[in-house]
Write a protein that binds this ligand. Sequence first.
Ligand code: MN
Length: 278
Amino acid sequence: LTGIEISSRIKLASKKDDLDTTIVRVGDIKIGGEAIAVIAGPCSVESRKQLMDIAKAVKQAGAKMLRGGAFKPRTLPYSFQGLEEEGLRLLSEAREETGLPVVTEVVSPETVGLVEEYADVLQIGARNMQNYPLLRRVGEAGKPVLLKRALSATIEEWLGAAEYILAGGNGDVILCERGIRTFGKLTRFTLDLAAVPLLKEVTHLPVVVDPSHGTGHRQLVAPMARAAVASGADGLIVEVHNEPEKAKSDGAQSLRPEDFKALMGELGAVARSVGRRL
Ligand SMILES: [Mn+2]
C-alpha cells in the first residue's frame, strides 16, 4: 500500500495487503467480487402496486437486489415517514414475487430485530452513520449491513463507524458513498467518487455508490452511475419510480423504469472496460 495511510486504530476495517478483500454474500449474490451488484427500487415503499410494479421492472432490467424504505428518517417531521411494518411486509412479498433480496433501512436499535425478520440487508442511512447504539446493535445482527457515509463524514470517521459493526462480530459490511455536503446548491450533495479508489487502497470492505442521493437530479444519475463503475465501485444503489412526479419522496432523483433499463444496457461495457462484469 502506498502513500495513503489511515489511523492504525482502525484495525478491523483496514486492508492488510493487496489480496485482502471481503466479498459479502447475500443469498447467491456476491458484493465485492467480479460482478457489479446493482440494487434498485423506490425511495419509499408507498403501496403494494407501486412496489410490485417497480420491483418487476428493475428485476427485468437486471437488478440483483431490491431497495425500498419502510422506515424513513426525513429532514422534517411533517414529511412522509414510511409505512413501517406494513412496508416491510410488502418488501418481503416483492421478494417472493421477484426473487430479489431486499435492502431496507433500520433507524433505531429497538427496531433492528423487526427489520431483520423481513430484510436481507440492513441499511444504515447517512443520518445515522454516527448513531453508535444503532451501529453496535447491527453489529450483533445476522444480516449484512449497508453503511452509508454521513453527510459530513471524513473517510476515517466512516471507517470508524464500520469498525463498530465489525467489532460487534458482524463482518458483512458494505460501504456506500452517497455524496457529502459541500457549498454547491445545484446538486443535492457532492458525490465523492475519489472515495472509491481511495477506499480500495485502505479497506478490504466492498464499496457501492448511490448516484441518486449523490446528485438529486434524474439527468445526472446515469452519468454518475457509469462513472462510479469506472472508478471501481462494487455496486450501485439507484432509486427507480414508475411515477416519479407522484413519488412521496425523492421523485426528482428517481429514474423511470425505462431510464433504468437503458442505464443497465450501458453499464456492461463500462464494467468490462475495468475488468468487471454486470
Ligand atoms: Mn431517497
